[in-house]
Design a protein around this ligand. Structure first.
Ligand SMILES: Nc1ncnc2c1ncn2[C@@H]1O[C@H](COP(=O)(O)OP(=O)(O)OP(=O)(O)O)[C@@H](O)[C@H]1O
Ligand SMILES: [Mg+2]
Length: 296
């Protein structure tokens, strides 16, 4: 596994060259603080296009093993786009094109011989809106392992393990054969987390997993994420800065920069660091403005 940190130009280093850049160029540079010693995934010069539109510019990030990394920033800055690239979900978006490399345990997931379905098995995803299948609670969990032909000695045990892993077992153990639609929104989201962990991924991507939930259900998911961190690497997109501060080890702050000629807004990574550092002492003025509520 590669432990090479992502390389990116820091605006705090190399002052002479930074000064010689135009404002426009300088604004594109990211501040990279402390990167994880042991990484699971890295992006190298990740650029994403939707047709001619350059949605995300040159993102270099390192995701630490058994860490929670939060991606934050204003609407349209490319958080979901970056997240979807990490398990090749963007392959399913017509017109989407990815440049650069994304390494998972040192292997480029966009390499010619890589099967995107296998990638998604290792790198699972939980969506913004709970989206259980129109099936029983039990079958929601059993479906994934069956479809991928996972070798399972005892499906009942696997279902229980996944539901326990998502802190849902006690609430549903007596109604496993009932429809998942009978669960509350928060329970449905934990069911979706259980469904994701049933196929034993290594990394779990979450795109605003609490945005449709009330504060109590949100707190349960946050507690769950902190418990899950010992077994998984988690990457979460959130609009809730308190949530990023509460649960994440590291935070990446993105912004969107309008192109002077076309007016199109391209997403950029502004700053990546330990969450405590980024929130208490941000290195870039744009981060400071965002986290203090002056922008976005
Ligand atoms: N399927 C698509 N086709 C074309 N453009 C897209 C598509 N998906 C996203 N975009 C554009 O790419 C840019 C980044 O979008 P993205 O959804 O990644 O932003 P985001 O940071 O997740 O925003 P939000 O916080 O609102 O969810 C936006 O300008 C968006 O309009
Ligand atoms: Mg989004």
């Amino acid at each position: 596994m590669s432990t090479q940190p992502a390389t990116a130009t820091s605006s705090t280093e190399g002052e002479p060259s930074a000064l010689s850049l135009s404002i426009d160029e300088e604004a594109k540079h990211s501040v990279i603080g402390e990167v994880p010693a042991e990484s699971v995934m890295e992006t190298f010069h990740l650029n994403v296009f939707y047709g001619d539109f350059h949605a995300v510019h040159d993102v270099n990030l390192t995701f630490g093993k058994n860490e929670i990394t939060a991606l934050i920033g204003p609407s349209g800055c490319g958080k979901s786009t970056v997240l979807r690239c990490l398990n090749r979900m963007n392959d399913l978006v017509p017109g989407a094109r990815v440049e650069g490399e994304i390494n998972y345990h040192g292997q480029n997931i966009y390499g010619p011989k890589v099967d995107p379905i296998a990638v998604r098995q290792h790198i699972g995803m939980v969506f913004q809106k709970p989206n259980p299948f129109p099936k029983s609670i039990y079958d929601n969990i059993a479906y994934g392992p069956r479809v991928i032909g996972m070798k399972v000695d005892n499906m009942d045990d696997l279902v229980e393990e996944a539901l326990r892993g998502a802190a849902l077992w006690d609430e549903v153990k007596d109604k496993l054969k009932q429809s998942a639609y009978g669960l509350s929104g928060g329970q449905q989201q934990r069911l979706c987390i259980a469904r994701t962990i049933a196929t034993k991924p290594d990394v779990i991507l979450m795109d605003e997993p609490c945005s449709a939930l009330d504060p109590i259900a949100t707190a349960k998911i946050e507690d769950l994420m902190l418990q899950m961190r010992k077994d998984f690497t988690i990457i979460i997109v959130t609009h809730n800065m308190q949530q990023a501060a509460r649960v994440s080890d590291r935070t990446a702050f993105f912004t969107a920069k309008p192109d002077e000629t076309t007016g199109n807004r391209t997403g950029l990574l502004v700053e990546f660091d330990r969450t405590k550092q980024l929130f208490s002492n941000p290195a870039d003025k744009r981060t400071e403005d965002y986290i203090s509520g002056r922008f976005g």
